[in-house]
Design a protein around this ligand. Sequence first.
Ligand SMILES: CC(C)(COP(=O)(O)OP(=O)(O)OC[C@H]1O[C@@H](n2cnc3c(N)ncnc32)[C@H](O)[C@@H]1OP(=O)(O)O)[C@@H](O)C(=O)NCCC(=O)NCCS
Length: 168
Amino acid sequence: MIRLVQVEDRKEIEKVARLAREIWTEHYTPIIGAGQVEYMLENFQSSLAIEEQIKKGLLYYLLLYNDTEAGYLALEPDLKEKQAKLSKIYVRSDFRGMSLGRKALEHAVNKCLELNIDILWLTVNINNKVAIDFYEHTGFIKAGTIVQDIGAGFVMDDYKMVKKIKPE
Ligand SMILES: CC(C)(COP(=O)(O)OP(=O)(O)OC[C@H]1O[C@@H](n2cnc3c(N)ncnc32)[C@H](O)[C@@H]1OP(=O)(O)O)[C@@H](O)C(=O)NCCC(=O)NCCS
């Protein structure tokens, strides 16, 4: 059974940070290199960084498969703009292709409906083919590119992708 649990306490935050280290190291090293992976983990996915993000309003969820931590999701709602950023959606490699990504996305969409949000958007590395294909398969469309300087000489080279939540 697939379940999502909102991340609220220190113990759960540490579980997300552990999952991030495992999944990002495995998945992103061939795409952006070990140096940038380590830099991004330390700056954006340490327990402290996640705690700060939650304080600022990001919603983090652990994805559980039969009670085993199999991935995580993060959503950043902007109620004023009626948009939300799908900030993180990560499934451990041995749990992929088992509908966890779809369940996580459904959860994000339901949260958007609950918050009266019209647009779900995200950024994805232009070389992250697996993720781009998954997003296109689940109704996102490309809406341009974004190059972002993240410090220490590293840049993020991304597509922006968007999905309409409510049919017109
Ligand atoms: C992208 C990711 C979240 C997808 O999760 P997943 O659990 O493997 O996907 P699911 O099993 O839920 O698949 C959902 C649907 O998408 C399809 N799908 C999944 N991966 C796909 C791919 N690479 N290409 C095309 N379709 C894909 C499935 O066939 C399924 O279709 P269906 O529901 O119509 O039968 C997962 O592969 C992942 O974590 N990848 C590495 C990390 C990453 O890049 N995350 C995104 C960062 S921007």
